[in-house]
Design a protein around this ligand. Structure first.
Ligand code: SF4
Length: 876
């Protein structure tokens, strides 16, 4: 490979940042933001910056496997085709399902959809994007007649008011958040309102934070619609000329007075009034919404309640304004474009256009009805009406609601085929046939980001072992099923050309998705381009500027919405909200491989408001059991007033690979929005109990420990090895031997105090620490950052070894505190100390002194919080 930088895109969130990847002679890859990519102009967040550290082949399964035995590709592909054929022959095509992912490239998705809906003859192809943004899709289609994101990222910078609804943009889409902060710095009059039950990092930087009750959004935006009418902020000309349904929507919205809204949302009347006034009085408003809106049983209504307010004010399709759905995944949009959802066909066509797709594909078995959406697909697997499922690039045993049931459904299924990079994911462990897929950097194709911008993902590494790109695997199976002519693609470029041609086929401006202008483009040189880009036309940055929508009468639809009934909880239960942390992605199959990203949060946790913690007898840093009729989880308690009373928050990332009981979706009911089919992942009723822990432990070790003997464990990669949190429900003498094996060849130091119940053990091979274990009846107080650093330090002096055993840094090695800046390894104590000394009172000053926050900038909000906390303390 040359040392020339390859232009590609980040494989994580829906911002779709451009990346320059430069393979180095030593096999490493240097990563930088692409200064010419219009999504990020050179910026990358902590996850994007660490991409080069995720490329190790460690843990990859690089040969196909059938029934647990490694085989060659022909044998594996024949097995896939034979088993699918036999299920189809006996039970029909609807007994087959395919579950894809927003991680797939558009070309992979295109052939998967073509195979299922055009040739096998079932629409049972759905995707983890159903869990991410299906409610936005449904909201767009109800309002606009098409799944069209109206605006572009530039609007964020041109807006005078940004409203973030259900979006911790600071952590989940950090580069866009940085763009907003930069715009706000340049134009201090710009305001940001955050509507979120939690005081997230995004909320902390906002001019106004509305800590709304979970699922209070429909009431809030209904009230806003009524207020817009009352304050004469409605654009009557736009409403009359370009919309229908205004009066009906208003009828349901009008009873939502400010007092009513405050009652339903738990907000103060003054905060509600302030938000309503600023929205009504600002022309350039962008309302950005994400998973807090989508992942709800009323998600589609929430999306439409927001869109209604933009339609009422005519604030759509023009610079600096519009409703804007941000997708979670890098290619959720591409999946929508090719029909990766069970209720869409291809090129944004619905099933009423099946004849068009049938003609274009010369499809022998075109599906004419929607198939099973994700929750229904897994219910059908459980009911054994779907007998064979092919899962690509996703981990539903962790991410689906009622995750334990999803695992049981797969374990009981006739044929489970999994295409993935790793055979060790919770889902791949259920596979009968495992197909090794090429990963990021190894495969080529396109992705579409949240602003409809299509960018190339380019390979810069050879396929390792026998790993192959998904499009190739799907085409090879299609050939073996007898559909060779329709799947004779030699490259992703050929697939893209067909996809582009289909988008323009019999379109004539009647359908939103049209990229026929890219059909004859040199695929290798394709630059990031927004759609639509019709033949002989320029790309379109903003849609609906002309007031013409894709409904039959070309008018947008107001949708009458009603708030859902309050969530029922049993006495003592609280509402569980789930979401992301800053440095991990989905089920951690890649980010979990890097010590840098694993240092920010190294174990699953649950955030609890202090009043709930008091009521439930839960102390900070202890272990907590979360339980309901569906399942249970054990997590570390973080007691914080950033949480609303009566609600708790837990991250969705932890899997069985990294924790004993951190799979939070085991507690989530498979209840879905009736329109979109998207499950309500953020609203489960759970009971919380202090876990009965007799002994807490923390360990660092050069090798991954065997945690089977621990009742609770969570392990994470660390520089030089692993860091592991432990909990034992009964004290045991030989836990160290279970964790680390025979230590007789090592130099072992130990300490124990029967009175306090504390003990520690440190084992060295020469000057190197092999493992250290600290045990205590209470949560172990050892500084994690310091302890991890011992794995890479030299311990040739007795003092240094004693310090490890005691778990206390020497006076010359102050405790840096919990990791804040993962790029430069700066901890909270270091920042606090600087703030306390008066040497740094701004984020930039901290950056100048410690470098923290000067690379990707993802930690800047946390740095600001530490400085502010110090300022408050000093003022008191
Ligand atoms: S914001 Fe971060 S995770 Fe998202 S695409 Fe950009 S670099 Fe990747």
């Amino acid at each position: 490979m040359s040392r020339e930088a390859i232009r590609t895109t980040c494989p994580y969130c829906g911002v779709g940042c451009g990346v320059l990847a430069t393979p180095q002679p030593d096999g490493t890859v240097t990563i930088a933001g692409d200064p010419d990519h219009p999504a990020n102009f050179g910026r990358l967040c902590s996850k994007g910056s660490a991409l080069g550290e995720t490329l190790s082949l460690e843990g990859r399964q690089l040969r196909p496997m059938v029934d647990g035995t490694e085989v060659d590709w022909d044998t594996a592909l024949d097995a896939v085709a034979d088993r699918l054929k036999s299920v189809i022959a006996e039970y029909g095509p609807d007994a087959v399902g395919l579950y894809g992912s927003g991680q797939l490239l558009t070309e992979d998705y295109y052939v998967a959809n073509k195979l299922m809906k055009g040739f096998i003859g079932t629409a049972n192809i759905d995707t983890n994007s159903r869990l991410c943004m299906a409610s936005s899709v449904a909201g767009h289609k109800r309002a606009f007649g098409s799944d069209t994101v109206p605006g572009c990222y530039e609007d964020f910078e041109q807006a005078d008011l940004i409203v973030l609804v259900g979006s911790n943009l600071a952590w989940c889409h950090p580069v866009l958040y940085q763009r907003i902060l930069a715009a706000k710095e340049a134009r201090p009059d710009m305001r940001v309102v955050v509507i979120d039950p939690r005081r997230t990092n995004a909320a902390e930087q906002a001019d106004l934070h509305l800590a709304i009750a979970n699922d209070g959004d429909v009431a809030l935006f209904s009230g806003l619609l009524a207020h817009l009418v009352a304050s004469n902020a409605v654009d009557r000309r736009f409403v009359e000329k370009h919309t229908t349904g205004f009066e009906t929507a208003l009828e349901l919205a009008e009873p939502w007075t400010i007092t009513q809204v405050a009652g339903a949302t738990g907000l103060s009347t003054s905060d509600v009034a302030m938000f309503f006034d600023v929205f009504a009085g600002t022309e350039n408003v962008v309302t950005i919404f994400s998973q807090g809106v989508n992942q709800s049983v009323s998600g589609t209504d929430k999306a439409n309640a927001i869109i209604n307010c933009h339609l009422a004010t005519g604030r759509i399709g023009r610079p600096g304004m519009g409703p804007f759905s941000i997708t979670g995944q890098p290619n959720a949009m591409g999946g929508r474009e090719v029909g990766g959802l069970a209720n869409m066909l291809a090129a944004h066509m619905d099933f009423d256009k099946a004849n068009i797709v049938e003609r274009f594909w010369s499809a022998p078995n075109i599906a004419r009805e929607p198939g099973l959406k994700a929750v229904d697909l897994f219910a059908a697997l459980e009911a054994r009406t779907v007998k064979a499922v092919w899962i690509m690039a996703t981990n539903p045993v962790v991410s689906m609601p009622d995750a334990d049931k999803a695992r049981e459904a797969l374990l009981g299924c006739h044929t489970v085929i999994v295409s993935d990079m790793y055979a060790t994911t919770d889902t791949a462990r259920c596979a009968d046939i495992f197909l090794p897929a090429a990963g990021w950097g190894e495969k080529s194709g396109t992705v579409t980001n949240s602003e409809r911008r299509i960018s190339r993902q380019r390979a810069f590494l050879a396929h390792p072992g026998e790993a192959r790109p998904d499009w190739w695997i799907i085409c090879e199976v299609a050939k073996r099923l007898g559909f060779g002519d329709a799947f004779a693609f030699a490259s992703p470029a050929e697939i893209f050309a067909e996809h582009a041609a289909l988008s323009g086929f019999e379109n004539g401006g009647t359908r939103d998705f049209d990229i026929s202008g890219l059909m004859d483009q040199d695929y290798d040189r394709l630059v990031p381009t927004q759609w639509p880009v019709r033949a002989s036309s320029s790309p379109v940055a903003r849609n609906f500027a002309d007031g013409a929508f894709f409904t039959p009468d070309r008018r947008a639809r107001f949708i009458a919405t009603q708030p859902p009934p309050p969530k029922a909880t049993a006495p003592g239960q609280v509402i569980l909200n789930t979401g992301r942390v800053r440095d991990h992605w989905h089920t951690m199959t890649r980010t979990g491989n890097t010590p840098r990203l694993s240092g920010h949060y190294a174990e699953p946790f649950v955030e609890i408001h202090p009043t709930d913690a008091d009521r439930l007898g839960i102390r900070g840093a202890t272990l907590v059991q979360l339980e309901n009729a569906l399942g249970r989880a054990v997590m570390r308690a973080q007691v914080t007033d950033r949480q609303r009373p009566g609600t708790v928050f837990a991250p969705m990332h932890w899997t069985g690979a990294y924790s004993s009981e951190g799979r939070v979706n085991a507690l989530v009911a498979p209840m879905a929005d009736p329109v979109s089919g998207q499950p309500g992942l953020k609203m489960s009723a759970v009971s919380l109990y202090p876990a009965k822990v007799a002994l807490y432990g923390f360990a660092v070790s050069a090798a991954r420990p065997d945690c089977a003997a621990a009742d609770y464990w969570a392990t994470a990669r660390a520089e030089g090895g692993w860091r592991t949190e432990l909990g034992l429900f009964e004290a045991t003498d030989d836990i160290a031997a279970s964790l680390f094996g025979d230590a007789t060849a090592l130099d072992v130091l130990s300490y124990s105090d029967a009175k306090s119940g504390r003990a520690s053990l440190a084992a060295f091979a020469g000057p190197r620490l092999v493992f250290a274990l600290w045990l205590a009846p209470d949560p172990v107080l050892v500084s994690r950052q310091w302890a991890v650093a011992q794995l890479t330090e030299t311990h040739d002096k007795p003092m240094a070894r004693s310090a490890v055993l005691s778990g206390r840094p020497g006076a010359d090695r102050p405790d840096p505190g919990p990791l804040v800046c993962s790029c430069f390894g700066v901890g909270a104590n270091q920042i606090a100390e600087l703030a306390a000394s008066g040497e740094a009172t701004t984020v930039d000053a901290v950056g100048a002194a410690l470098k923290a926050g000067t690379n990707c900038g993802s930690c800047r909000t946390e740095i600001r919080r530490i400085i502010d906390a110090h300022r408050l303390q000093a003022a008191e």
